[in-house]
Design a protein around this ligand. Structure first.
Ligand SMILES: Cc1cc2nc3c(=O)[nH]c(=O)nc-3n(C[C@H](O)[C@H](O)[C@H](O)COP(=O)(O)OP(=O)(O)OC[C@H]3O[C@@H](n4cnc5c(N)ncnc54)[C@H](O)[C@@H]3O)c2cc1C
Length: 590
């Protein structure tokens, strides 16, 4: 098929979308020295807060990219995130609190031990400019106001027709690879013919972004989320609203439901102010309404992430409600997975086969998070049922059922017990450390060491299980460098390079790494962790998590996942490492 428009630009990678997926992909590619261009149909980055929970995995990725300090500077810190409250209004009765995002003292130590990085609340409209700025300063190119229209794939390149929304000019960009990071209504996914499972728009939500100083209602129970249960205030009569902190404690976002099967509601300023006053429970406040928008809750995931030279990532590939705060996190983690692979293929250091591991590794994660986020919504049902608001459509009966919480009676006791159990279930939404950090890959870019995968000793969704089993994220422990400064295992790996970790008796692995690295032209940083070395396992923590002998080895991919390991020294470490690297890099047929 011929393109009737003129080829005006050429680039190695064209990224459609400057959201969390597209702008982080650009940052990764810019850092790895890959020529690329980002286009976005809007004239700037996200104009509302939207995603905000920035989990440890994302922050440690930003640490790898050298911009963790910018997140620290602008994000609301961990200790102000976690007293998640359930109430009848902010000024009204409080029904219970759930400690969230790892702020329970018993969970906090696990979060602290698992990563060099803390989680933050960083609204998407602040995070995206950080990514765009960091990428641009490293050579990333962005063109706003350019709309993707369609693409045609050829053997060696993809031709993408775009429209300049200022001039209305239509032209073609030729790229070696095309990435659809164009969000939940992705046209790239449709044009690529991605197979999707699930359903879009299963429920309607409206966002009301407003400013009002609410400190007197919240500062004593600092949290990101305040859930308001008001019988009769909403469609279906149940009334579950969310007052979300954007900036403590004077910028907010309310999420309020509407009937997706009815015509979209007209939300004017008076209506929006009414919702705010109602959920805050204070008629006297005069909120400044910044914006109102409608959006649909989805339950859809792609099973195809790649067709030839075209990829999709982020919401283009997984669409789900904000529960668990996984959307932008997973989008950035998709990009982190693909970027180093694309960089090596474009530099002719890896075979194109390496790229197919992107779908093998990320499609199961996309499915997992879509199902998890939707289940978390369903689990609110237990809270509503414990309060007795789902047994009836009569608002007065709902109110008297809820009032039974105060009763000195068997039914009162049962409601109280069921409510506590229902709150416990919310751990799967708000403290799902295993979902956030425990991703394990099984693909052609991970080499088995012949061992059995270690079994989960606790709930795999709630708890992160550190392991060096091939495919797992490299466990974090603190080491010290030659100046006795603390450095994480993550600080000495990543940066677009492979790394190899061994102990004092594993020095032949270092020699092997140097030879294989120079033979393949692929950077492998070998670290012997031991006394007198550049890095020392001073607390002995690495010895406890490495799961291999001192003379064994762990090969870490540039995305900080274990690519392979050997339990002990082998007869010829160079041969073993070379053949492993060739398999991971899909160099068998080059
Ligand atoms: C209320 C709310 C709260 C949320 N809370 C969280 C949270 O706490 N944590 C979390 O991780 N996630 C959260 N999310 C989800 C999060 O916002 C999304 O998952 C995330 O934005 C997806 O990033 P993306 O880059 O894939 O897509 P998007 O951010 O949707 O970006 C899409 C990009 O593609 C561009 N684009 C689209 N079509 C075209 C085209 N034809 N041509 C050119 N450009 C195009 C757009 O301009 C935009 O730049 C929330 C979402 C909502 C609505």
């Amino acid at each position: 098929m011929e393109n009737e428009n003129q080829v005006k630009l050429e680039t190695d990678v064209l990224i459609v979308g400057s959201g969390p997926a597209g702008s982080s992909m650009s940052l990764f590619l810019a850092t790895y020295g890959i020529d690329h261009l980002v286009i976005s149909k809007y004239f700037w980055t996200a104009n509302t807060p939207r995603a905000h929970i920035t989990n440890q995995r994302t922050v440690e990725i930003m640490r790898d990219l050298g911009i963790e300090d910018r997140i620290k500077l602008q994000g609301t810190p961990h200790h102000l995130m976690g007293d998640t409250s359930f109430c009848t209004s902010l000024a009204g009765e409080e029904l219970g609190r759930v400690r969230t995002w790892g702020t329970h003292p018993l969970r906090e130590s696990e979060y602290l031990s698992a990563s060099p990085s803390s989680n933050y609340d960083l609204p998407q409209n602040l995070f995206e400019p950080i990514l765009v700025d960091a990428s641009s300063s490293r050579g990333g190119k962005f063109r706003f106001g350019i709309e993707y229209l369609n693409h045609i794939q050829f053997e060696d390149y993809v031709e993408v027709t775009v429209r300049d929304r200022l001039t209305n000019e239509t032209y073609v960009i030729r790229a070696k690879y095309l990435i659809g990071a164009d969000g939940g209504r992705s046209k790239v996914a449709v044009d690529m013919g991605a197979s999707m499972e699930g359903k879009m728009d299963i429920a309607g939500s409206m966002n009301i972004v407003f400013r009002a100083d609410l400190s007197k209602y919240v500062a004593h129970r600092p949290s990101v989320l305040y859930w308001v249960l008001q019988p009769g205030a909403d469609i279906g009569g149940i009334g579950l609203g969310l007052v979300r902190m954007v900036r403590p404690w004077d910028e907010w976002l309310i999420v309020w439901g509407y009937d997706i099967d009815a015509p979209p509601p007209e939300v004017d300023e008076d209506f929006a102010k009414g919702v705010v006053r109602n959920l805050v429970g204070d008629e006297s406040i005069d909120p400044q309404i910044d914006s109102v928008s409608l959006w649909g809750n989805n339950r859809m995931y792609a099973t195809t992430y790649q067709k030839g030279r075209v990829f999709i990532m982020g919401d283009a590939a997984h669409r789900h409600p904000p529960s668990n705060g996984l959307g932008s996190n997973t989008s950035i983690q998709d990009a982190y997975n693909l970027a180093w692979k694309l960089a090596l293929v474009l530099k002719n250091k890896a075979g194109a086969g390496l790229l197919s591991s992107f779908q093998e590794e990320r499609a199961p994660i996309g499915k997992q998070i879509v199902l998890r986020a939707n289940k978390s919504i369903e689990e609110f049902g237990s809270i509503l049922s414990a309060l007795g608001v789902t047994d009836t459509i009569n608002v007065d009966v709902m109110k008297s059922n809820m009032a039974q919480l105060h009763d000195e009676s068997a039914i009162g006791r049962s409601r109280r017990e069921r409510l506590l159990e229902a709150f416990d279930l919310k751990d799967y939404e708000f403290n799902a450390h295993g979902v956030e950090l425990g991703q394990r890959y099984c693909s052609s870019a991970v080499m088995s060491d012949g061992s059995m995968e270690p079994p989960y000793t606790r709930d795999p969704e709630l708890f992160y299980h550190p392991t060096t089993y091939p495919g797992a994220r490299l466990p974090h422990v603190w080491l010290v460098d030659e100046r006795q400064q603390k450095v994480s295992t993550h600080d000495i790996c990543g940066k677009g390079r492979f790394a190899l970790l061994t102990g004092t008796n594993g020095s032949p692995w270092k020699l092997a790494a140097e030879k294989v690295s120079s033979e393949l032209g692929v950077a492998i940083d070998a670290h012997i962790l031991g006394p007198g070395q550049r890095y020392q396992d001073i607390y002995g923590d690495f010895a406890k998590v490495r799961e291999v002998e001192e003379d064994g080895v762990i090969l870490v991919r540039p995305d900080m996942h274990v690519g392979w390991r050997s339990n002990s020294m082998v007869e010829d470490p160079e041969v073993a490492l070379a053949s492993t690297m060739r398999q991971i890099l899909s160099l068998r047929y080059l």
